[in-house]
Design a protein around this ligand. Structure first.
Ligand code: KG4
Ligand code: ZN
Length: 339
């Protein structure tokens, strides 16, 4: 019985988060401090403000994660931290802090890729899940179809050509007057909406048949709203939200199923901030069920950015010999395949 305790630190965007995870699978403590209220005023994340808030919050968040777990630094086996991709100033706060902790405690420092962290949320939700499987990661910055070859090896088989799925949700929501981040507001409005009123485009993407494109959908929603405003016609935003959600869910599901069939995967997972979306969860799980595939999606509490996913992936990196030395730096853009 190894009983390994990993501290995970996440600060790539607008959540300062820390968590202690046991043996990569069970959450001992998890603390997430979100800055959403502050960024809302600007309609999106302001990088400079995000860095400052991380700097102010990180010590308290990490201390609370250790206190809640009723452990001290000495009890840890390693300190894991998100080092890429994300807002550079935001990442630097987490990386620098983790380095200091590693030095003070004499514990190993483990670098974690943010998207690998999102994928790991399913290990926390399904203790029996093991690679290989196919995973759709849809978040504010990424829409990827990924072959999870092992706990630490990934192949990206599809990606977005333009906007990410979450970005599309947020931009459509903004056009409808919802506050940032709007994805969850579209989700709520869609609950009572009828998706059949608005037919939105399903773009065709030339080249890689597993790639996504969401900018056309966003543009058509923005045009629809502008045109109706000019004519003084009031749109039913619940119906429009239902249409946007259905269309995004269909696009994500179509490509993921196509990739699963072509590559021979019968186990499919969903992860990333957009995995919280009711429509996406339902559409992808129904499509998997029809084909007899096993389907995995994270507990709702783990969909957004958190420290537990970094501690979980940190565990798998650590036991596979992936550690960092004192020269670890933050990286704003880094493909999962380049680890
Ligand atoms: O993974 P995440 O927390 O941050 C990134 O790594 O980007 O993802 C945030 C994205 C935002 O675009 C947000 O609107 C979207 O996830 N999101 C949702 C829902 N909850 C979060 N989109 C649609 N429906 C939701 N319920
Ligand atoms: Zn994320």
């Amino acid at each position: 019985m190894s009983d390994m305790l990993i501290l995970g630190i996440e600060s790539s965007c607008d959540e300062t988060a820390a968590s202690v995870v046991r043996d990569g699978r069970s959450i001992v403590s998890s603390v997430v401090s979100t800055q959403i209220e502050e960024h809302k005023k600007y309609g999106g994340v302001v990088p400079e403000i995000a860095s400052r808030r991380h700097c102010e919050n990180i010590l308290g968040v990490v201390r609370k994660a250790l206190d809640d777990a009723e452990i001290t630094l000495n009890d840890l086996d390693a300190v894991a931290v998100t080092y890429a991709p994300g807002l550079i100033g935001a990442l630097l706060v987490g990386v620098s802090f983790a380095k200091g902790l590693a030095m003070a405690s004499g514990k190993p420092l483990v670098p974690v890729h943010h998207i690998a962290g999102h994928i790991a949320t399913n290990y926390l939700t399904f203790p029996e899940l093991e690679p290989p499987y196919l995973c759709l990661v849809a978040s504010g910055g990424h829409s990827h179809i990924i072959e999870v070859l092992s706990y630490t090896q990934f192949r990206v088989v599809g990606r977005t050509r333009d906007d990410a799925a979450g970005e599309c949700f947020d931009k459509c929501a903004r056009a409808m007057g919802f506050p940032y981040p709007g994805g969850v507001h579209i989700d709520r409005a869609a609950q009572t909406g009828d998706p059949s009123e608005f037919k939105l485009p399903h773009p065709t993407v030339a080249g890689n048949e597993f790639d996504f494109s969401f900018s056309g959908l966003k543009t058509s929603v923005i045009n629809l709203i502008h045109n109706s405003q000019q004519k003084g016609v009031e749109l039913n935003f619940n119906n429009l939200a239902a249409s946007v959600q259905n269309t995004i869910a269909e696009l994500l599901t179509e490509k993921t199923m196509r990739a699963a069939e072509a590559l021979g995967y019968r186990r499919v997972a969903l992860a990333g901030g957009v995995s919280a979306n009711t429509g996406v969860r339902a559409e992808l799980s129904a499509a998997c069920e029809r084909r007899g595939y096993d389907f995995f999606m994270p507990d709702k509490s783990l969909c957004g950015d958190n420290g537990a996913m970094i501690a979980c992936q940190g565990y798998y990196n650590f036991i596979n010999g992936i550690t960092a030395d004192e020269s670890l730096n933050a990286v704003a853009t880094l493909s999962l395949e380049d680890l």
